[in-house]
Design a protein around this ligand. Structure first.
Ligand SMILES: Cc1cc2nc3c(=O)[nH]c(=O)nc-3n(C[C@H](O)[C@H](O)[C@H](O)COP(=O)(O)O)c2cc1C
Length: 301
């Protein structure tokens, strides 16, 4: 079985990835949060820093791109290959956020299968990198899944990562496992399943349920319980992991407030690991002082 770390914008940047790999590991591929090509320059400073090979040593990184313009994808793939050495790129067809979908990108692109077809025709005519996609199964209705299936079968994707929800469902309800299964039974592609794998047991159950699928991508579950895959859920390892992230942010962020903001974002996921310690967790959420923050973390047991 292969395990992939899902991209989570604002969370799984290079600081997080490196700390995770150092203290936990067991992940075959790390997907970067999406890079959104801009009109003037393809990547901004933050995006470049995230994919720089020297910031990702020893990790298998797949940069992810969010666009609905074939030319932008072609240009950014060229740059990612020539300037940074990446041979495998992922296209985001899953983001359900309104700011993205209203521009016809992410899962919003799925509403326009004709344009998607044209987009991939143009891309694959000139492509010299491996392209994978991370997709939902439609935007409004599960009926859309069939059309998308046939569309995807036409192109030589490296692999297809499927989060079997609709764009309009955001993260609500249960994934449409049956739609994933229908893809799995018939496709010529190599599929990776993504969605709601929140424990090692859940991962093992899906692995034994689907003989034809041996790739799984984990996101929120692995953020909330980083030791879940390796059964390494002790306090000391978590503290070292935490400190590595804190020092990593502190090294490049301007000012304590920004570092604290990033750490607090993580605590909205980590709080579940510390039941019954709501008082300290509340203080962590409130503090604006990095010294006090460090002391509060030590209070958690
Ligand atoms: C805060 C947040 C940010 C995300 N950012 C991205 C992103 O940049 N690119 C992407 O393809 N998916 C993104 N996702 C979706 C996840 O990669 C993943 O598909 C989703 O969370 C379902 O998997 P999970 O249940 O294992 O978390 C994001 C999800 C969340 C909650």
């Amino acid at each position: 079985m292969q395990v992939y770390f899902a991209p989570l914008e604002g969370i799984t940047g290079y600081v997080f990835r490196n700390a995770y790999a150092k203290y936990y590991g067991g992940v075959d591929k790390y997907f970067t949060p999406f890079i959104s090509p801009h009109t003037k320059k393809l990547m901004d400073t933050r995006e470049k820093r995230d994919i720089l090979p020297e910031n990702n040593q020893g990790l298998y990184i797949v940069p992810q791109v969010l666009t609905n313009k074939a030319e932008d994808l072609i240009d950014i793939c060229k740059q990612l290959k020539e300037d940074y050495g990446y041979e495998e790129i992922n296209l985001n067809l899953g983001c359900p956020s309104k700011t993205v979908t209203t521009k016809g990108k992410g899962s919003g692109f799925l509403e326009y299968p004709d344009q998607m077809e044209e987009f991939f025709d143009r891309f694959f005519k000139v492509a010299d990198v491996k392209l994978s996609i991370k997709t939902r199964i439609g935007y409004w209705d599960v009926e859309e899944a069939e059309r998308l299936f046939h569309l995807y079968e036409r192109f030589p994707f490296e692999e297809i990562i499927i989060h079997p929800r609709l764009g309009c469902e955001m993260y609500k309800g249960t994934p449409h496992y049956e739609v994933f299964e229908r893809y799995l039974e018939r496709t010529k592609h190599s599929l990776c399943y993504n969605g709601d794998i929140n424990s090692l047991e859940a991962l093992q159950n899906l692995d034994s349920r689907w003989e034809k699928c041996d790739k799984f991508m984990l996101g929120r579950g692995l953020i909330a319980r980083p030791g879940m895959l390796s059964n390494q859920e002790d306090r000391e390892t978590f503290q070292k992991f935490h400190d590595e992230i804190l020092e990593g942010y502190d090294a490049y962020m301007c000012g304590d407030r920004n570092t604290l903001f990033k750490m607090k974002e993580l605590w909205s996921w980590w709080a579940v690991m510390f039941p019954g310690q709501e008082k300290t967790l509340k203080k962590i959420k409130k503090t604006n002082d990095l010294r006090e923050y460090r002391l509060l973390i030590k209070d958690l047991s």
